[in-house]
Design a protein around this ligand. Structure first.
Ligand code: ADP
Length: 276
């Protein structure tokens, strides 16, 4: 509700009160709508692979039992669909857990560059399998931030995984330190750049919405759940950080994670405590 914006009584008589009520209701209705959209989307996303698995079980029971070739093929599809359901449930659980901790302040001081480098190292075997040149240019111990290291590992996992997934075989993914410039004073940044197809401008502001995808088919074929960037956004919110997305059609995209420096944050917290 935008209560603070209302004039305090006077010439407006009872109008402001009515306005407060309308705004409250609009806000409540919007939250309620978002919640029911989310449940409808999640159910739909789960129902599709589930229906496929049930369909193939029935086919196996009725016709394909004695056809070894069909049996192998159907089992392969069922395994793929079950994997999709598993990833979706894992991502939904992650999102729920992150939302529950969103009001808690992270407390560990760690190097943002170390966390990004460790995550990239863990994903190296996947890059090799996918014929992707994963390049890491980071300084050990650089960019200290106050954080929840497990959550930041998840941020970099999701972003590097996307860069490899959408960049495709034969592509390059670079993980490097970003220069803060004027837009991000007192922040540290890590940029993940791919050499993929890029993203059309109109999609960029919506990419962190739950279940938003540029192409549902492409995301599904690559094993996506549509929740990866929503998870990134929630984790960065908790860290008072932000995600910057830039893209150039046909050339690739850069996803940059910006976090306040530990030093700056400590000073701000101390100043706030002193003022109280
Ligand atoms: P998904 O599981 O579908 O990958 P995400 O939330 O991680 O879900 O990403 C949302 C959408 O953003 C993707 O479906 C894809 O369309 C787009 N996207 C994300 N990363 C990239 C990238 N590096 N290059 C091109 N498109 C991307």
């Amino acid at each position: 509700a935008r209560i603070a914006l209302l004039p305090s009584g006077g010439a407006f008589g009872t109008e402001p009160l009515a306005l407060v009520q309308i705004n409250d209701r609009t806000e409540a209705r919007r939250t309620e709508q978002m919640r029911s959209d989310f449940i409808a989307n999640a159910s739909h996303e789960l129902r599709t692979p589930l229906a496929s698995v049930i369909g193939y079980i029935e086919t196996l029971q009725n016709h394909a039992r004695d056809d070894p070739e069909a049996r192998e093929r159907f089992l392969g599809i069922m395994a793929r669909e079950a994997g999709r359901m598993q990833r979706l449930v894992d991502d939904l659980m992650s999102l729920g857990r992150i939302e529950m901790t969103e009001h808690l302040r992270p407390s560990e001081v760690r190097s943002l560059e170390d966390i990004a480098a460790e995550t990239a190292a863990a994903l190296m075997p996947m890059a090799v399998r996918g014929q992707i040149d994963l390049q890491v240019a980071l300084e050990a111990g650089g960019s200290p931030v106050i954080c929840d290291p497990d959550q930041l590992t998840q941020v970099f996992t999701n972003l590097i995984d996307n860069a490899m997934k959408y960049g495709g075989a034969g592509g390059t993914v670079r993980v490097e330190r970003a220069r803060p410039g004027k837009a991000n004073p007192g922040r540290f940044g890590i940029a993940i750049t791919d050499s993929g197809p890029g993203i059309e401008r109109e999609h960029i502001p919506r990419l962190t919405e739950r279940f938003y995808r540029v192409s549902v088919t492409s995301s599904r074929n690559k094993g996506g759940t549509g929740l990866g960037l929503a998870i990134v956004k929630h984790i960065l919110n908790r860290h008072e950080g932000r995600l910057e997305i830039t893209s150039s059609q046909g050339k690739g995209s850069t996803f940059t994670v910006w976090l306040p420096s530990a030093e700056g944050k400590k000073l701000r917290r101390a100043a706030a405590a002193h003022a109280m």
